[in-house]
Design a binder for this molecule. Structure first.
Ligand code: AMP
Length: 301
């Protein structure tokens, strides 16, 4: 059964202190599905774009064997557009604009064959759309959810309803503090898990990620990198690697979830090495496996 991924697909304008790019392929679904495509198949995505969406971007999905039956192309519509600027500290990102465009009236329709999907990633989109997706599925067993400050600040009540139904929430440290109204991450994690998710992953940018499960905290290092070109999509690449690995292995226990966290970190590290999605477009499984082993070495003492 396919891994179902729902979220944003769009074009990004990105500025870092070193370079900038306009009209780049972006969106949460895009990064998640590309990262997951190195682990598992079939992958189905559900999303919406306008008819201005570059055909070359469609080919990028196709080249990674990503099923586009659930992609709606709105004639005359404008594609979702996101602009951001990174400060010298690349952990700090200022959003310049979020033009929802065709997302404003998006009504996700899950293709019949994907309604049976047991593994689902709810990428970063409006919580009411995430809920709409969950309601169409027959029996989702493992729901991974991402969100961001934009939705926590604007649509918290709707987000809380979604959180009751998810198994894993993946957010970054500032989003965790915002969601829990709690500056201490350990306390914030406890409060968030009380809202529903059995597993919580808090990403800490270049400082790695923390998994909270049962009474355990598992800390994954970040890959020591000298050249970070563009952190955009790192969180989504993490979610794609994490869920792609779990979908491939079909084993949900703590040891395997820890391994999935490392595969998520591996994919995030490849993502930030190049602008936009380029770091996720031409990898081999061998490169991924080698970096997994390097991660293991980092934590071995
Ligand atoms: P990340 O760096 O992992 O947070 O993800 C960046 C991607 O999320 C970019 O490619 C954006 O197009 C997309 N994005 C940014 N803001 C939003 C939003 N409010 N809703 C949906 N997608 C978004």
């Amino acid at each position: 059964m396919s891994l179902l991924i729902v979220g944003s697909i769009g074009t990004d304008d990105i500025e870092t202190p070193f370079d900038s790019i306009k009209n780049a392929l972006g969106g949460s679904t895009t990064y998640i599905s590309l990262a997951a495509s190195y682990f598992t198949a079939p992958i189905s995505i559900v999303g919406v774009v306008g008819d201005d969406f570059d055909k070359a971007f469609i080919r990028t999905f196709e080249e990674h064997n990503i099923d586009l039956e659930g992609l709606q192309i709105v004639q005359g519509g404008k594609t979702f557009r996101y602009g951001c600027k990174y400060q010298y500290d690349l952990n700090v990102r200022d959003t310049l604009y979020t033009d929802l465009n065709v997302f404003e009236n998006f009504d996700p329709v899950i293709p019949e064959k994907s309604k049976k999907s047991s593994f689902v990633v709810l990428g970063n989109i409006a919580p009411k759309l995430q809920m709409n997706v969950l309601k169409q599925l027959y029996n989702p067993k493992f729901v991974v959810c991402d969100t961001m400050n934009f939705w926590i600040e604007r649509t918290k009540e709707e987000l809380l309803e979604v959180l009751k139904l998810v198994n894993v929430l993946i957010i970054n440290d500032s989003e965790a503090r915002l969601l829990a109204h709690e500056p201490n991450l350990i306390k914030a994690a406890r409060l968030i898990r009380e809202l529903g998710p059995e597993y919580l992953i808090i990403k800490k940018g270049e400082h790695g990620a923390m998994l909270f499960a049962d009474n355990t905290v598992f800390s994954a290092p970040a890959y020591p990198m000298e050249n970070i070109f563009d952190p955009t999509g790192a969180g989504d690449a993490f979610a794609g690697g994490f869920t792609g690995y779990l979908h491939k292995t079909q084993t949900i226990d703590l040891d395997n979830i820890k391994r999935a966290v490392i595969y998520g970190s591996v994919m995030a590290s490849f993502c930030v090495e190049k602008f936009s999605t380029k770091g996720l477009e031409d990898l081999s499984y061998l490169q991924i496996h080698d970096r997994f082993l390097e991660f293991r070495e980092l934590t071995n003492f």
